[in-house]
Design a protein around this ligand. Structure first.
Ligand code: HEM
Length: 495
């Protein structure tokens, strides 16, 4: 299509179709009656303010103060969205089969990791492809849910408290390497460029049982490229996501063959993961057949399951299908290269800002290392635990994941709200297809939950018992940094 008139006509038709669709949905949506900030733009809605503002939350936390823990926002092209930081509502959405990941998240995941990974087996993609044909089939949900449970149950073997304790020698080696590197720097340095490869090293050794150099330079370089791509945000990305969410799943599946940088990196990742993963798995199978002792990395654990329990058995293909996901999911969230959300970098930044606390924490760690240098007793280190919780609370790596209602339903609220019509409601009716943003960063700054001055870094809030824990919401300290419900981060103990 090299005729500019054709381009203009195609673009105008797409914009008109999006506009008509958004008007149609707006007329029939209950979200219209929920208060929220006025939208600055029809094309971007509030998304630029939500995602691109610096420092993080510049707009979001003001909206939280003004509109409370549930309010309406506009997405791109006039789309209605609901922001939810109410603990009961979050807990409901995360645990209800009536909500799934937003199609754009699922489709991106399947592009990067293929169809066989635990994250793509969770039902979303299958459901969304059916939804494109305007129906949701309960049997499909159950089938996809059970495939997700099967993979999770088998993989979980490598993420139990005992298994993660088994990885401690790896963590220690990697931590010593980071410390050596940092001691060698005499000027200001980009900490993310040190932490990101170190995290990949820890994951590679603990999960695959091989140091990164054995994965091959090309695989490692491509992995870093993917982490950079998935961490970057711009107006172009926002628009591409918005348009991509209207694109059917079969088009996404074909997108892997596009001649774009993103598709090329995704293609390489999947091909490297299959080749390298296949080689590593085969080596382990050969070692087991020769009666050699298996290592205690995740792959060796999975390949050597309890034969009496066949629910925990994974095929070689199943195992290989998890490699790209685990390398990227762990690295991207723990030590992301972008400064938007990097748990480790933000933790170090807060230590630099709070020198007194830094000294106390160092003293606590040294005194425990002295007592038992090979086996760290984390439970005996209250300051370290408080530091980790406070860092994860203030800087969730995934601060605003989207969910979508898979059928007409209602979201219960812990605190009732007044609608624009003046009605007091304790449940918000939502229509099938409604997008809901889980406002994790806002939830983790609710004064009602975490005590006074919730925007301040103050680890002692965890020590003096002033955090109101309420109902269990997330897996760790009631935080939602690892999300919650059946799709809780598999690697939260590892992280
Ligand atoms: C601070 C570090 C980490 C954070 C904040 C984090 C956060 C998350 C979040 C929010 C999700 C859910 C995504 C969604 O459903 O939309 C997730 C899923 C996942 N994470 Fe993590 N993660 C971290 C580290 C890790 C590590 C180190 C690993 C593995 C070594 C890992 C493996 C996974 C896997 C396999 C899933 C998919 C689970 C499923 O769909 O059932 N994560 N993570």
């Amino acid at each position: 299509m090299d005729n500019p008139l054709l381009y203009a006509t195609a673009l105008a038709s797409a914009v008109l179709a999006l506009y008509s669709y958004s008007v149609f949905r707006r007329r029939s949506s209950a979200i219209r009656d929920i208060s929220g900030p006025p939208s600055p733009s029809w094309i971007f809605g509030h998304i630029r303010q939500l995602i691109l503002s610096a420092p993080y939350g510049a707009h979001e936390f003001k909206w939280l103060d003004v509109y409370g823990s549930v309010y309406a926002l506009k997405g791109c092209f006039g789309q209605e969205r609901l922001m939810v930081a109410d603990p009961l509502a979050l807990q409901h959405i995360l645990n209800s089969p009536k909500f799934g990941r937003a199609p754009i998240l699922d489709n991106t995941a399947s592009l990067l990791f293929g169809e066989g990974s635990v994250i793509t087996a969770s039902g979303g993609c299958i459901l969304f492809s059916r939804r494109n044909r305007a129906y949701v089939d309960a049997d499909v949900w159950t089938e996809a849910g059970s495939e997700h449970r099967r993979l999770r149950s088998a993989l979980n073997m490598g993420f139990t408290a005992a298994a993660v304790r088994g990885y401690e020698p790896v963590f220690k080696r990697v931590a010593e390497k980071i410390a050596d590197q940092l001691e060698g720097f005499s000027t200001a340095t980009d900490i993310c460029s040190v932490l990101s490869p170190a995290t990949l090293e820890a994951i590679s050794q603990a999960i695959l049982g091989h140091p990164t150099q054995e994965l091959g330079e090309d695989f490692v370089a491509n992995n870093i490229e993917i982490v950079k791509l998935t961490a970057s945000h711009s107006e172009t990305h926002i628009l591409a996501d918005a348009i991509g969410s209207y694109v059917p799943t079969w088009v996404w599946r074909a997108a892997i063959y596009l001649p774009t940088t993103g598709a090329a990196v995704a293609r390489k990742e999947r091909s490297f993961a299959t080749q390298v993963g296949g080689r590593i798995v085969q080596e382990k199978i050969d070692a087991a057949e020769q009666g050699l002792e298996m290592d205690n990395d995740l792959f060796s654990l999975i390949l050597n399951p309890n034969p009496s329990d066949n629910t925990k058995t994974l095929s070689v293909e199943d195992i290989i299908a998890q490699i790209a996901l685990i390398l990227i999911a762990g690295q991207e969230t723990t030590a992301r290269i972008s400064l938007k959300a990097n748990a480790l970098a933000f933790g170090l930044l807060e230590l630099a800002r709070h020198r007194e606390f830094q000294d106390e924490l160092r003293a606590e760690i040294y005194s425990n290392l002295g007592a038992n240098a090979t086996n760290m007793a984390y439970e005996n280190m209250p300051l370290l635990n408080a530091f980790l919780k406070e860092t994860l609370r203030l800087y969730p790596a995934v601060p605003q994941p989207d969910r979508m209602a898979l059928e007409d339903t209602a979201i219960p609220l812990g605190e009732s709200i007044t609608t624009l019509k003046g009605e007091r409601i304790s449940r918000i009716p939502v229509r099938k297809g409604q997008l809901v943003t889980l406002a994790i960063a806002s939830y983790q700054r609710l004064a009602s939950r975490w005590g006074v001055n919730p925007h301040e870094f103050n680890p002692s809030r965890w020590l003096d018992g002033k955090t109101n824990q309420g109902d269990a919401v997330g897996p760790y300290a009631n935080l939602l940094s690892f999300l919650g419900g059946p799709k809780t981060c598999l690697g939260w103990r590892f992280a």
